[in-house]
Design a protein around this ligand. Structure first.
Ligand code: NI
Length: 200
């Protein structure tokens, strides 16, 4: 069942999610619904709080869905390739993080905005699967970035909290005042960006 994705400034997105203690059928159903919702929105990751459930669960799938789209495959690191996706992580904890990397992040809860955020380059994560079994993941690449982004949601943090104060405020005020750009406005923006690139 497709669920509604909450968007900033919905106050629920600021809630701190609780650890999962019951690994029952309703948890599995929520994980399946979150995946369906994420795929439908063309996203690569989703935390439970983004659909209004304040529990420590997130789903991720970076594998290419469109057969013609192979960009994720091409850029996947050796460590990423070892991890089967979709990935469902419950009660995740970063037990080790090394290096630094930046990526232009976006978020289904802050649609149409993209900003460069700094993260650990490589992480080791301890978590549980939907049956409560402990899992350990060591990864880097986009998967490591995505896990860190989704884990932020569990603390009520959004990627726009990580950028400069000025930029962050500008985006937040724009959304609060004007709401999110419509599809037409986004298309216009893309066109004008393309034009300025052509001129450059
Ligand atoms: Ni997000």
């Amino acid at each position: 069942m497709k669920l509604e994705i909450l968007t900033y400034p919905n106050p629920l997105l600021r809630e701190v999610s609780e650890p999962v203690t019951k690994f029952d059928e309703s948890l599995k159903k929520l994980a399946a619904d979150m995946l369906e919702t994420m795929y439908d929105a063309n996203g690569i990751g989703l935390a439970a709080i983004q659909v209004g459930k304040p529990i420590q669960m997130l789903v991720i799938d970076l594998s290419p869905r469109d057969p013609e789209e192979s960009r994720h495959d091409d850029s996947r690191t050796e460590l990423e390739k070892k991890i089967t996706q979709p990935l469902i992580l419950i009660n995740p904890e970063i037990i080790n993080g090394v290096g630094k990397t930046t990526y232009d992040e976006g978020c289904l809860s802050v649609p149409s905005f993209f900003e460069s955020v700094e993260r650990y380059e490589k992480i080791e994560v301890k978590a549980q699967d939907v049956d409560g079994k402990e899992i350990r993941i060591v990864t880097d690449g986009l998967l490591a970035i995505c896990i860190q982004h989704e884990m932020d949601h569990l603390k009520g943090t959004l990627f726009i909290d990580h950028i400069s104060f000025t930029k962050s405020n500008k985006i937040k005020n724009q959304i609060k005042k004007k709401g999110y750009p419509t599809k037409e406005e986004m298309e216009e923006e893309r066109k004008s960006k393309r034009k300025s690139l052509e001129k450059a």
